[in-house]
Write a protein that binds this ligand. Structure first.
Ligand code: FNR
Length: 378
């Protein structure tokens, strides 16, 4: 309504409200190396495209004569009451998307304005403690890339706990970097530029491993980091992962129902179905197509979902298929690159407005009614 009413006064939205135009605008505005980092994926990017396109073979069936004059999209997640069923997926190196290098804080401000949770990446440019502060009352989760050195993992998790994060998301699929031609062709490793390793460089345990502090010998610190990044995890590590924290533990990168079951047997609190937006492995299934089986295998354990969400209708379909909360990835990063905090807020509000309107016209006043109705495979 706001947008239409503004239109009557010839005031147009500052950014497009749909993903295609938003991405085109970002493509024109972002420096090439930053764009290829954000937009790029693995191999010929089939899986990345497939993630988004696969939503088209799931269809909602509208119901009529249902009073949908008000809708309730609120959810409960790990004891938190949240007004909307979405969250911001972890994205590393957000600082390169903004001129002042503080992309993580812009995103935290957007989350705080909308009360949409942020999952902060281990590879954030801003310190995890500063991100937590800037989130205010809005819940944040800390995403851990598990280093080879267990004590370093413990140190990062304890810092996240002390900073007030509400849960720990361990990403399982990125103990090494996938085959990403756009980055490789341009020798584009922005992760190593600037201050992307700040969380490590400020970590007391990490610093103690170094002969000289990173301020005095940056390249030695980066080399030390490269040696410890990416522990090869296997199922025997699950008790250790579980022991890392008393906070809710969520494992990200689960795609197979049997893996979901093993996580739950090992005491994990949340399953995070994701194929990393097609950045890690090409030639795989679309993440959304695995959602029904993973939800079934997970029983009462909440399933968080991301990969390929571009429209409000994608959010609604993922919720209908049983996701408890839906993660937004690349769309918010484009919003950030184009207009900082306002850009992120714009993208989130557009997605939510589309989802809310769709629930209204399709006759689903609550997420429970949507889940009961489900979606059909077209
Ligand atoms: C990511 N993703 C990611 N995941 C993670 O666990 N830690 C991280 O640091 C990052 N970094 C990252 C950078 C960029 C530029 C992108 C696009 C993605 C994956 C992210 O959390 C999410 O799974 C995907 O973004 C979902 O795919 P779509 O919807 O963005 O295509």
């Amino acid at each position: 309504n706001e947008i239409y009413l503004d239109g009557l006064r010839d005031v147009l939205p500052r950014l497009p409200v749909d993903f295609k135009l938003l991405e085109q605008k970002a493509q024109a505005a972002m420096p090439a190396s930053v764009l290829s980092y954000v937009q790029g994926g693995c191999g010929d990017e089939f899986t990345q495209r497939h993630n988004a396109e696969a939503f088209n073979h799931w269809g909602l069936i509208p119901r009529m004569m249902v009073d949908c004059s008000t809708r309730d999209l609120s959810i409960e997640l790990f004891g938190l009451k949240l007004p909307t069923p979405i969250f911001l997926s972890p994205v590393g190196v957000l600082g390169i998307c903004t001129s002042d290098g503080h992309g993580d804080l812009d995103v935290a401000h957007a989350c705080s304005r909308t009360r949409i949770p942020m999952v902060a990446s281990t590879l954030s440019n801003d310190l995890l403690e500063t991100i937590a502060q800037n989130l205010g009352d809005t819940p944040g989760f800390f995403q851990l890339y598990t280093p080879k050195d267990k004590k370093l993992a413990e140190s990062l998790v304890h810092r996240a706990e002390s900073a007030g994060f509400k849960g720990i998301v361990v990403t399982l699929d990125t103990w090494l970097t996938g085959w990403r031609p756009r980055d490789l062709n341009a020798a584009n490793f922005p992760q190593l530029r600037g201050h992307a390793l700040q969380n490590y460089f400020t970590d007391p345990y990490f610093r103690a491993l170094l002969a000289k502090p990173p301020e005095d010998d940056l390249s030695a610190a980066v080399m030390q980091w490269a040696q410890i990044f990416g522990k090869v995890l296997n199922w025997t590590d699950l008790p250790w992962l579980r022991s890392l924290t008393k906070l809710p533990l969520i494992l990200k990168g689960i795609c197979h129902p049997d893996d979901a079951k093993r996580c739950i047997d090992g005491g994990v609190d949340g399953i995070y179905l994701s194929n990393h937006g097609g950045r890690q492995a090409n030639g795989g299934m679309a993440a959304i197509d695995m959602l029904p089986a993973v939800v079934e295998a997970s029983g009462r354990t909440p399933v968080l979902f991301d990969s390929g969400v571009r429209h409000g209708s994608d959010i609604v379909k993922a919720l209908a298929l049983g996701a408890r909360a839906v993660g937004i990835g690349r769309p918010y990063v484009y919003g950030l690159a184009l207009d900082g905090t306002d850009g992120v807020v714009h993208v989130l509000r557009s997605l939510l407005a589309e989802a809310d309107l769709l629930m209204a016209v399709d006759g689903f006043p609550t997420l429970a009614t949507l889940r009961e109705a489900g979606v059909i495979r077209l």
